[in-house]
Design a binder for this molecule. Structure first.
Ligand code: AMP
Ligand code: ZN
Length: 140
């Protein structure tokens, strides 16, 4: 199902132009308009799902497969030295387009516009990691 008010559904339906990198029956990849770093690509399922967590497993696997291939290609032809693979889920995590997508962000020696910093939580030492792990485990 497509969603009328979804910008990525419109790209899938070619109602909005995009710089396509890959397409098959289920998956589309196109350049992110922001080009955080050169080659920054988005991989999306053609069907509309709101985010990574609500996408059926088989569809998510197809998207991740394409993301891996694009990462490999960007290392090969763009001279990228590394890749960040990222999918934001919900606005609290920075999601702004609510159609599942994976960012493939090539990284070069030179600085691009992308930063990702995982700081140590000052409360980390007060947390019980086994209890926290058990809580997550219970829900799996
Ligand atoms: P997120 O913030 O993780 O939901 O990512 C959404 C991404 O979609 C942003 O990086 C935008 O730059 C990108 N974006 C929004 N509109 C377009 C568009 N028309 N074509 C390509 N990329 C887009
Ligand atoms: Zn959509």
């Amino acid at each position: 199902m497509r969603k009328d008010d979804c910008i990525f559904c419109k790209i899938v339906e070619r109602k909005i132009p995009s710089a396509k990198v890959y397409e098959d029956d289920d998956v589309l990849a196109f350049l992110d308009i922001s080009q955080t770093t050169e080659g920054h690509t988005l991989v999306v399922p053609k069907e509309h799902y709101d985010n990574f967590l609500s996408t059926p497993k088989e569809v998510m696997h197809k998207v991740m497969d394409v993301a891996q291939r694009i990462g490999q290609a960007e290392i090969m032809v763009l001279g990228a030295k590394g890749i960040n693979i990222l999918s934001n889920v919900n606005k609290e995590a920075g999601q702004s387009v609510f159609h599942f997508h994976v960012h493939v962000i090539p990284r070069y020696d030179r600085k691009g516009g992308f930063t990702l910093e995982m700081k140590e939580n000052p409360k980390a030492k007060d947390l019980s990691l086994p209890a926290l792990a058990d809580e997550i485990k219970k829900a799996l």
